[in-house]
Design a binder for this molecule. Structure first.
Ligand code: IPM
Ligand code: MG
Length: 364
């Protein structure tokens, strides 16, 4: 098994180091090659996704990604910004299905900003198209407006577009995922305003006919944003486009207690996938050893399950994370009175210890 490790910027290297520590502890024949991506790659090679990094990712069975983004590069042209590393990988590798499972461990219910009873035991899947929409639609750019409400003015424009086959393939992923869960799909759009959403809604309904055992409902994105904080446990699979999914998945992350808990997988037509925490590079806390590595460790578990056919190892990692949480260890983002605050690497060590022992790493 060959995986490409792209730690990226900010807290990326710290959290990825904990995930590779956990992978090492499994004693599986995994070859890991590291490569730069994001701001660090721009600084060293003049591009956020250098050709050598892309090549490594293309040749690997899976990519384990940290995070990218650095305020020092905010003023760069769009195609050189650190974010282009992740966008370019999703696009180049055809990883259109971005799975973001939001699980709230009962012990972390108190860490959420919502009432514990609303989120405790939450288990929803946000499924986001990751290669289409206004993120990639052409034409886009900056120009002097020739028409519109402000002719002659400096103007920025992007194009939201979706093709039927793009919606069809993500719809199938949604319905199939729902079959392995509670058989409910909520498709989120803005069909009361947008043409792309009208198409999205039509196609979701059509594909849904092939899955009569799965309940499909449609919801406008503004209402979905509200329902997610009002009654999050009413959802099972939420499927939506790239832009809405970006926003709703951050919202869903907070339901779990902390965005530091939310893993993600990006999958395409084959087995190859890209795995990354749903959170960003958090430059404000980079280098302090306080970031929560669990989202990245859980992303590595998803990688073992979806790309490397190692479901048992994935289960073991997820059980180890549950044990560590049950034992009361917490990084700063999920810390609460009565629990033990630990740093990034101590958290990784605890997961490794739980994995080895198959039991609690410390006394509760
Ligand atoms: C995410 C991130 C990315 C996105 C950024 C870093 C480009 O916010 O993975 O959710 O918008 O997709
Ligand atoms: Mg995002």
């Amino acid at each position: 098994m060959k995986i490409a490790i792209l730690p990226g910027d900010g807290i990326g290297p710290e959290i990825v180091a904990e995930a590779t520590k956990v992978l090492d502890a499994l004693d599986l024949p995994i070859e890991m090659d590291h490569a730069p991506a994001g701001g660090v790659a721009y600084a060293a090679h003049g591009h956020p996704l250098p050709e050598a990094t892309l090549q490594l990712a293309r040749e690997a069975d899976a990519v384990l990604f940290g995070a990218v983004g650095d305020w020092r590069y905010d003023q760069l042209e769009r195609h050189l910004r650190p974010e282009q590393a992740i966008l370019g990988l999703r696009r180049d590798l055809g990883l259109f299905a971005n799975l973001r499972p939001a699980l709230c461990y009962p012990q972390l219910a108190g860490a959420s900003s919502l009432k514990p009873e609303l989120v405790s035991g939450l288990d929803i899947l946000i499924l986001r198209d990751a290669t289409g929409d206004v993120y990639f639609g052409q034409p886009r750019g900056r120009r002097m407006a020739a028409d519109g409400h402000f002719p002659g003015d400096d103007e920025g424009f992007d194009t939201m577009r979706y093709a039927r086959s793009e919606v069809e393939r993500i719809a199938h992923v949604a319905f199939q995922a729902a079959r392995r869960r509670r058989r409910r799909v909520t498709s989120v759009d803005k069909a009361n305003v947008l043409e792309t959403s009208r198409l999205w809604r039509d196609v979701m309904s059509e594909v849904g006919k092939a899955y009569p055992d799965v309940a499909l409902e449609h919801m406008y994105v503004d209402n979905a944003a509200m329902q997610l904080v009002k009654a999050p446990k009413a959802f099972d699979v939420v499927v939506t486009g790239n832009m809405f999914g970006d926003i709703l998945s951050d919202e869903a992350a907070m339901l779990t207690g902390s965005i530091g808990m939310l893993p993600s997988a990006s999958l395409g037509a084959g087995k190859r996938g890209l795995y990354e925490p749903s959170h960003g590079s958090a430059p404000d806390i980079a280098g302090q050893g306080i970031a929560n590595p669990l989202a990245t460790i859980l992303s590595a578990a998803m990688m073992l399950r979806f790309s490397l056919a190692q479901a048992d190892a994935a289960d073991r990692i997820e059980a180890a994370v549950r044990d560590v949480i049950a034992s009361g260890l917490r990084t700063a983002d999920i810390h609460a009175a009565g629990t033990t605050r630990v740093g990034t690497s101590a958290m990784g060590d605890a997961v490794v210890a739980a994995l080895r022992a198959g039991q609690l790493p410390v006394e509760v």
